[in-house]
Write a protein that binds this ligand. Structure first.
Ligand code: ADP
Ligand code: MG
Length: 465
C-alpha cells in the first residue's frame, strides 16, 4: 500500500482531533455515526463536517451511509495516527521508501533526527483473510472489537514485546525501539531475506546456526511458527537475524510439536533445494549425506529441555498480557494452519528506486503534549483490553461510547459521576441512533449546562493533537 505522508504536514490540530474521535468511536462501532464523532471531538468552534470532508479527501476516512451516516478509519488514517504519535515522541522525523510488503504488513524505512535509519512495520492483520476467518469462527461473530484495528494493534504489541524479550536473551533479532497502535519501530537489518540469497560461503554453518536458533527458542519455551527463508535475514558476513514474530506460540500450545517440526522442515527443505547441501557436503555419496542430514542433525521436539513460561515476565513487562496472547492466537492459528509460507510479495524491493525521505516537520507546539500522549496511549490500551473482556457489557455492546467507558473506568470511585455519565451516555447513544442525522444540528448535542467532566476529559486526551 502506498504511504504518502505528505498530507501529514498539512493536517491541522482539528483534523487530528476528529481522526482520533473516529478511532475512539471504532471501539464499539464498525461505522462511527457522524453525530458521535462530532460529540467526541467537540471542536471548540464546530466545523466537524468540514474537517470530515478534508479527511475523506485525503483518504484517511471512509464514508458509509448505508445504515446511517458515519465514517470509519482507513489503514492510511490509522497509519497517520501512529506516525504522528511516534514523530511527536521524537522516535523518528522522516519516512522513506518501502522495503517490504508481507501479507500482513508493510515495512518502511524511517529516519531519526540524527540520520539513523530504522525500520517501521505497519501491521495489517485482517487485510487478506479477516472476512474468511470471521465467517469461520463463532467467537468473532458477536465481537465487534475483533476488528482489524484491534487485531493489528495486538499483533504490533506482541511483536514488540517478543522482540524485546528475545533480544534480552541474546537472540539475533532487530532492536525493538518503540511501538504505537499497529506500528513497530525497530533497527534496520543490513542484509537480505535468505530467500534472495543465491550463494553462501558457509552454508553448513548458516544452516547449523539457524537450526540452533529454533532449538534455543524451544528451550526458552517458544516456537516461531513461520520460521522460513522469508523471515531469516542474512548479511554479507553471513550473520543471521530472525524477524517477524506475531505468530509465535508457546511450547505448551496443543499443536506445538507440529509447529516445531514444520519450522525445522522448512529449513531443511530450503537448504536442500537452494544450497544442495547434501551433495556439496559429500559429493561422492549424496544419499548417505542426505540421510545424515535427515536423521543425524534433525532436532526432535521431545528431546529438547523446554522451559515454558521463561519469557513471561519480560513479555508482561512490555504490556503484552496472557489475554492478548490468547486473543491473537485464536485469530492467527487459522492463518498459520492455512499456509506455511505466505510472503510471496516480500521480495518487492527495487534496488534502483531510492526515494528521498519525506521529512515530517510537525507543529512544534504538539511536542508539549508528548507525555499526555503517551499516557493516553497506555490508557487506550488498558481500556481496550477491558473492553474486550466484557462480553455482557450491555451498553458497550449496544453502541456504547468508548469515551464514556474510559471515564467510568477512571472514576469508578465516584458513583455520582458514574451515574451522570451513564445517563449522558444513554442520551448520546439515543441521539446517535435516533435518526437525527442532520449534520447542521450539531449544536443540539452540545451540553448546554456547561461542559461536563465527560467532555473535558476527552478534550484533555485530545488536546495532544
Ligand atoms: P510479514 O509479517 O508481513 O511477513 P516481515 O516482518 O516478515 O512482515 O517483513 C517483511 C519483509 O520486510 C521482510 O522479508 C524483510 O525483507 C523486510 N524487513 C522486515 N523487517 C526488517 C528490518 N528490521 N530490517 C530490514 N528489513 C526488514
Ligand atoms: Mg514475514
Amino acid at each position: 500500500m502506498k504511504l504518502d505522508v505528505n498530507a501529514l504536514r498539512y493536517l491541522s490540530k482539528d483534523d487530528f482531533r476528529v481522526l482520533t474521535a473516529v478511532e475512539m468511536g471504532m471501539r464499539n462501532h464498525e461505522i462511527v455515526p457522524t453525530e458521535l464523532i462530532d460529540r467526541i471531538a467537540s471542536l471548540k468552534h464546530g466545523g466537524t463536517y468540514k474537517v470530515l470532508k478534508n479527511l475523506l479527501k485525503h483518504k484517511l476516512l471512509h464514508h458509509d451511509a448505508s445504515k446511517y451516516d458515519g465514517f470509519r478509519l482507513t489503514y492510511l488514517g490509522y497509519d497517520f495516527l501512529a506516525i504522528k504519535t511516534l514523530v511527536n515522541r521524537g522516535v523518528f522525523t522522516a519516512v522513506g521508501r518501502q522495503i517490504g510488503v508481507g501479507k500482513e504488513s508493510d515495512i518502511f524505512e524511517v529516519a531519526t533526527e540524527d540520520g539513523t535509519v530504522l525500520a517501521m512495520k505497519l501491521h495489517r492483520l485482517g487485510r487478506v483473510s479477516f472476512r474468511a476467518v470471521k465467517s469461520k469462527r463463532d467467537y468473532l461473530k458477536h465481537r465487534r472489537s475483533y476488528n482489524w484495528l484491534y487485531l493489528s494493534r495486538l499483533a504490533a504489541l506482541k511483536e514488540f514485546a517478543f522482540m524485546k524479550a528475545l533480544e534480552e536473551h541474546g537472540f539475533p533479532v532487530p532492536n525493538a525501539v518503540d511501538c504505537n497502535r499497529h506500528c513497530v519501530i525497530m533497527s534496520l537489518i543490513q542484509g537480505y531475506p535468505l530467500v534472495q540469497v543465491k550463494q553462501l560461503q558457509n552454508p553448513d554453518t548458516v544452516f547449523e546456526t539457524i537450526l540452533g536458533i529454533v532449538v534455543r527458542l524451544a528451550e526458552h519455551g517458544l516456537i516461531h511458527c513461520d520460521f522460513n527463508e522469508f523471515n531469516i535475514m542474512i548479511n554479507d558476513d553471513e550473520k543471521v537475524t530472525m524477524i517477524d514474530f506475531p505468530q509465535m506460540v508457546s511450547v505448551s500450545h496443543r499443536n506445538a510439536q507440529m509447529y516445531f517440526d514444520r519450522d525445522v522442515e522448512c529449513i531443511f527443505k530450503f537448504f536442500r533445494k537452494r544450497f544442495n547441501m547434501s551433495s556439496e557436503e559429500n559429493p561422492d555419496d549424496s544419499d548417505d549425506s542426505e540421510a545424515e542430514l535427515e536423521d543425524g542433525v534433525r532436532p526432535e521436539f521431545s528431546d529438547i529441555k523446554k522451559n515454558s513460561g521463561f519469557l513471561d515476565k519480560e513479555l508482561a513487562a512490555s504490556g503484552f498480557t496472557r489475554k492478548d496472547q490468547d486473543d491473537i492466537e485464536k485469530f492467527i492459528e487459522v492463518e498459520i494452519e492455512d499456509s506455511v509460507t505466505d510472503d510471496e510479495g516480500n521480495d518487492n524491493m527495487d534496488e534502483t528506486e531510492v526515494k528521498h525521505f519525506e521529512s515530517l516537520q510537525l507543529d512544534e507546539k504538539e511536542e508539549d503534549g508528548k507525555n499526555e500522549d503517551e499516557k493516553s496511549t497506555k490508557n487506550d490500551r488498558k481500556v481496550e483490553t477491558e473492553d474486550n473482556s466484557e462480553d455482557d457489557n450491555q451498553v458497550a455492546d449496544e453502541h456504547g461510547l468508548e469515551d464514556g467507558e474510559q471515564i467510568e473506568d477512571e472514576d469508578e470511585d465516584d458513583p455520582e459521576l458514574v451515574k451522570r455519565l451513564n445517563k449522558q451516555r444513554r442520551r448520546a447513544v439515543k441521539a446517535a441512533h435516533g435518526g437525527r442525522r442532520n449534520l447542521t444540528s450539531r449544536n443540539t448535542y452540545k451540553d448546554k449546562g456547561g461542559r461536563s467532566s465527560h467532555n473535558s476529559k476527552i478534550q484533555k486526551q485530545l488536546s495532544n493533537w
